[in-house]
Design a protein around this ligand. Structure first.
Ligand code: NDP
Length: 311
């Protein structure tokens, strides 16, 4: 069985839902394939305070439910399917999912997002959302005047550490080597900041915490990788910033991607290397990675698809 659509939207985070809202309201009757984790990264966060339009704290999963409901309300045909194969070499484009239905589409909007990388420790999963976070911009505010750690040595870790000094009493950067990967200018800013200290050559062995009166992180067990010495340090929060991976399967072989796998789009546009295929949100953005920027890019993608179709 094959269904044809003018606009096929793949993914269901802020970018995908916003693209769906705009495409549906332009009467393009989009089909949206929601993928394995409808709602995306916001479904694994809790409090959201920086999405415009809400004075009070809202919950990430709730925000995504609202976007889903809005996209459905304006007429998006939503399907709980994941894409397993695409052919962008001929028109219309063809897409197969993990169901017997396949699709042909005049335009495709890829909004599959990215995944934060985690260290993979059991204790990290246990305290995620209870003191362990993957996003300083999202959660830093909750650690006002507290003592936090940032794990990683790239631009994200350094930027997050500097950002956190706006809120926190002290920030400790923990890096597994004795030099940072981050750009020199960012390193200089970090080292000059009196609220930051760095623990070098060190890996996290365990996230420590308590269950009562409520589940919360209390510190980190660290291992010096040169001496193997183990030490315990008190922290109120820990931010894991060891990189993100774009969800670029199965597109990476048909579209131009950068060395880290992010889909390349034209500056100021969501156009990819294949005309008629657009990419929005974290699958193509490694700099901003915010729900609101992803939503903006989803809007751009739908408007660009509409423009192309009308020509
Ligand atoms: P990066 O891949 O650049 O850095 C990841 C860091 O985490 C590295 O220091 C790495 O250590 C460390 N790391 C990776 N895996 C582990 C692990 N298992 N345990 C401990 N440490 C680990 O990721 P970023 O998210 O920092 O940046 C991604 C891209 O986005 C880069 O190109 C970056 O320049 C860009 N970016 C740009 C920004 C800007 O321009 N404003 C802001 C943020 C990101 P090691 O160094 O030893 O490999």
């Amino acid at each position: 069985m094959s269904d044809h659509t003018k606009v096929l939207i793949i993914g269901a985070g802020p970018a995908g839902y916003t693209a769906a809202i705009y495409a549906a309201r332009a009467n393009l009757k989009p089909i949206q394939l929601l993928g394995p984790q409808p709602g995306g990264q916001l479904t694994i966060t809790t409090d959201v305070e920086n999405y415009p339009g809400f004075k009070d704290v809202i919950q990430g999963p709730w925000l995504m439910e609202q976007m889903h409901a809005q996209a459905a309300h304006v007429g998006t045909d939503m399907r709980y399917e994941s894409v397993i194969n695409v052919d962008f070499s001929k028109r219309p484009f063809s897409v197969t999912s993990d169901t017997p239905t396949s699709y042909t589409a005049d335009t495709v909007i890829i909004a599959t997002g990215a995944q934060a990388k985690w260290l993979g420790l059991e204790s990290e999963t246990y305290f995620r959302g209870y003191g362990v976070s993957g996003c300083a911009t999202c959660d830093g505010f909750f650690f006002k005047d507290k003592n936090v750690a940032v794990i990683g040595g790239g631009n994200s870790a350094v930027e997050e550490a500097i950002y956190l000094t706006n809120h926190c009493a002290h920030v400790t950067l923990i890096h597994r080597r004795d030099s940072l990967r981050a750009e020199k200018i960012a390193q200089d800013r970090l080292f000059k900041n009196p609220k930051v200290s760095v623990i070098w050559d060190t890996a996290v062995e365990e996230f420590l915490g308590v269950d009562k009166p409520f589940r919360s992180l209390t510190g980190l067990k660290l291992k010096n990788l040169k001496t193997n010495a183990i030490s315990e340090h008190k922290f109120d929060g820990a931010f894991v910033a060891i990189g993100h991976s774009p969800m670029n399967e199965p597109f990476k072989d048909c579209l131009a991607c950068d060395t880290e796998g992010y889909i390349i789009t034209t500056a100021g546009s969501t156009a990819t290397s294949v005309s008629g295929v657009f990419a929005a949100g974290d699958v193509q953005d490694k700099i901003f990675r915010q729900a609101v920027t992803a939503a903006g890019q989803g809007c751009m993608a739908a408007l660009e698809a509409e423009k192309l179709l009308s020509h």
